[in-house]
Design a binder for this molecule. Structure first.
Ligand SMILES: NC(=O)c1ccc[n+]([C@@H]2O[C@H](COP(=O)([O-])OP(=O)(O)OC[C@H]3O[C@@H](n4cnc5c(N)ncnc54)[C@H](OP(=O)(O)O)[C@@H]3O)[C@@H](O)[C@H]2O)c1
Length: 231
């Protein structure tokens, strides 16, 4: 059984991933900003046959990451899912840009996954073979010029794709495979109610994709249904 570390595990896709992995017997280290405000996750973690440990983590906060690292010590982690993310400020178009909001978006969506990866590197190495999936978005693909909205969000996710693509060869030397993934258009805080699929459908697809990750196909930009997305 794998040990899986998931950021933003209190709601949306992160919560569904937590349930999906825990339900098949994996141990989930469920990282959330505010454990006191995670009632659904707490209910899952209280189930005697599920192995879910709730950890505190704000991915933008270096002190929070250092504290997490101290808590984990050398514990092996097989799978890291960088899921935490924000959609960014209300105003992020050519006509109207909220620059502070853009910076915050980069802090969460781009620096956050990198900080977490760096902090957990020894734990991933200790697992022998490990897998890192970062949830980005199809909206970050350079192969499509569709859409001029959500510029801060698109830029933050495109930068994350580039960072994860760039570290893939270093990570391959440590037996760590990398993917960035589009989770679908999902009914969550970010996707809204009218989105195509539920968080559970997205999580089931993403888990299936993670189960098939390999160093040979690292790095990969992949959809939740397993199909490739052009970078
Ligand atoms: N839903 C979609 O259609 C869609 C499409 C493409 C990509 N995505 C990506 O999928 C991922 C999950 O999003 P979602 O749809 O499940 O949205 P969501 O329901 O809004 O959940 C976002 C999660 O990220 C956490 N988070 C935000 N800032 C954080 C920080 N600084 N430190 C730690 N955790 C933080 C939130 O925690 P709090 O509860 O504490 O705020 C929450 O758990 C994101 O990376 C998003 O960009 C979603």
């Amino acid at each position: 059984m794998a040990v899986v570390f998931i950021t933003g595990a209190n709601r949306g896709i992160g919560l569904a991933l937590t349930w999906g992995f825990a339900d098949r017997g994996d141990t989930v280290l469920a990282a959330v900003r505010a454990p006191d405000k995670a009632p659904d996750l707490k209910r899952m973690a209280a189930m005697p046959d599920k192995h879910i440990e709730i950890l505190t983590l704000d991915v933008t906060d270096a002190a929070s990451i250092a504290a997490l690292k101290a808590t984990l010590g050398q514990r092996p982690i097989d799978i890291l899912v960088n899921n935490a993310g924000v959609i960014g400020p209300e105003h992020q178009t050519l006509a109207d840009m909220d620059y502070d909001g853009w910076l915050t978006t980069l802090e969460v969506n781009t620096l956050g996954p990198f900080r977490v990866l760096q902090a957990l590197l020894d734990n991933l190495k200790a697992a022998g073979n490990a897998y890192v999936m970062t949830i980005t978005s199809r909206m970050a693909s350079f192969a499509s010029s569709r859409g001029s909205d959500r510029l801060a969000y698109r830029a933050s996710k495109a930068a994350t794709n580039k960072v994860m693509q760039s570290v893939a060869s270093d990570l391959a030397a440590m037996n760590i495979a990398v993917a960035v993934a589009h989770p679908g258009w999902v009914q969550t805080g970010i996707g809204g109610r009218n989105a195509d699929i539920s968080a559970e459908q997205s999580a089931a697809g993403l888990i299936h994709v993670i189960d098939r990750m390999s160093i040979i196909h690292s790095p990969r930009f992949v959809n939740y249904d397993g199909s490739s997305i052009a970078w």
